[in-house]
Ligand binder design. Structure first.
Ligand code: NDP
Length: 269
């Protein structure tokens, strides 16, 4: 049976194995998908062992997306642009790296949640692997502006410089943010880690849509803070399912229906 896995740390509570099992059942594909905990500093070694054992592909989650970029023998243009890889594909000519996070976020925001991004003022909180994957696809939607705000401002500045040729993008510190903002996307790992984000109180207003890439209970504190400021919002479960569907399509050549899988996950929570 063809083998796949999600590689990350932590990874035990990943929903990806269940999502891919549902896609495989829907598409009639015989495949096995597991969650592999990778110790920090051991990504290349564990990924090499996984693929040497005949695996067909992998998803990569925090904190390894930049290491996965270096691990891949070659990368798709959107992964090159991002500087981060969340999907690895075994091909006849070596391991290819791609990035499906941006597509997943855009399909969720525009398709599932009905947002129109053109002309919006957008803030992306965070400058890690997830942020890298979504900046170019967001800029392609022609927002009025895009600000990358990070705890370590130098990392936000690096990303703003990297993507500056694609649209209006600038960097700032979390404390330097001024609101209200039309769309605030939390791409930090603070929610997943159960840590609080020190955000200015005026960031959220009645017209703000707040989106946390984390999902379920982990997204609760960020979304509660946003709703306290009058915002509406959503967690990142839809993005998770949509980026997985894009990876499944890359691996198996079939595009699964995401709506029933997302509905089942929401119903189970
Ligand atoms: P990384 O480890 O690469 O980056 C983490 C980022 O979070 C950095 O910018 C870091 O800032 C910031 N950060 C961490 N803790 C805090 C804190 N307490 N306060 C402020 N900033 C903080 O992680 P990823 O980018 O890979 O993932 C980020 C999140 O997005 C995770 O929760 C992940 O689960 C989620 N995600 C969800 C997806 C989905 O499909 N729904 C897809 C991809 C990611 P600094 O630079 O200062 O360290």
């Amino acid at each position: 049976m063809d083998r796949y896995a999600v590689l990350g740390n932590p990874v035990a509570h990943s929903l990806s194995p269940g999502i891919h099992a549902a896609f495989a059942a829907q598409a009639g594909e015989a495949m096995e998908y597991s969650a592999l905990l990778v110790p920090e500093g051991a990504f290349a070694e564990r990924a090499s062992a996984f693929f040497s054992g005949g695996a067909r592909g992998a998803n990569v989650t925090l904190p390894f997306k930049e290491e996965a970029f270096a691990f891949a023998a070659r990368r798709t243009p959107r992964a090159e642009l991002a500087g981060a890889v969340n999907t690895l594909i075994a091909t006849a000519s070596g391991i290819e790296g791609d990035n499906t996070d941006g597509k997943g976020l855009l399909v969720d925001l525009s398709g599932n949640l009905g947002l129109k991004l053109r002309g919006l003022r957008i803030v992306v909180l965070g400058a890690g692997g997830a942020a890298r994957g979504v900046i170019a696809p967001l800029l392609a939607e022609s927002p009025a502006s895009l600000v990358i705000a990070n705890r370590t401002p130098a990392r936000a500045e690096e990303l703003a410089a990297r993507f500056g040729h694609l649209g209006s993008v600038r960097a700032c510190s979390l404390a330097g943010l001024r609101g209200p903002i039309d769309l605030v996307i939390n791409a930090t790992s603070s929610s997943t880690r159960g840590e609080s984000l020190a955000l200015p109180p005026d960031l959220f207003g009645g017209a703000t849509f707040a989106y946390d890439m984390a999902y379920g209970a982990a997204a609760g504190a960020f979304l509660a803070e946003a709703r306290g400021g009058g915002a509406t919002g959503a967690d990142g479960l839809g993005m998770l399912v949509e980026q997985a569907a894009e990876a499944f399509h890359l691996w198996r050549g079939k595009r699964p229906q995401t709506a029933p899988v997302l509905a089942a996950l929401r119903g189970a929570r």
